[in-house]
Write a protein that binds this ligand. Structure first.
Ligand code: SF4
Ligand code: SF4
Length: 126
């Protein structure tokens, strides 16, 4: 699940890369602003996903995959509708916003100089 982190514009095109999963680390202490973009019902849903180590209970850490991908919550989906609802982001700004969110997550989980960050940057800059 992506979180807020918009910092600027780019010519890159957002995409989720395989074997990442950085946004599936849901530890609420890392996301103190949840109430700013989720409804009370969504916060309940979110809290129900948080496993003992902070990762989503539906995250397969070995495969780095969502095990309920087709049924994942709205707040896990990068769409113009979900991002407008959560962050009041216009469709035209979704791409840059989502890229910044991913870079923030990947940097937090794997590091700014990680292979994961390199793979993401390579994918979105194509
Ligand atoms: S942080 Fe971005 S690239 Fe990584 S799994 Fe989440 S959406 Fe995909
Ligand atoms: S439901 Fe899936 S996409 Fe959403 S946080 Fe959990 S593992 Fe990640």
């Amino acid at each position: 699940m992506l979180r807020q982190g918009f910092t600027g514009l780019s010519m890159a095109t957002w995409q989720c890369v395989k074997s990442c999963g950085a946004c599936c680390f849901l530890a609420p202490e890392e996301r103190p602003e949840l109430e700013n973009y989720l409804t009370p019902a969504q916060i309940d849903q979110y809290m129900g996903l948080v496993g003992p180590a902070g990762w989503c209970v539906h995250y397969d850490a070995d495969q780095r995959l969502c095990t309920i991908y087709d049924h994942r919550p709205d707040f896990c989906r990068v769409t113009p509708q979900t991002f407008r609802a959560m962050f009041n982001i216009a469709a035209a700004d979704l791409n840059d916003f989502a890229i910044d969110c991913c870079r923030e997550h990947i940097g937090d989980i794997y590091g700014e100089a990680s292979l994961e960050m390199g793979r993401f940057n390579q994918a979105v800059d194509r």
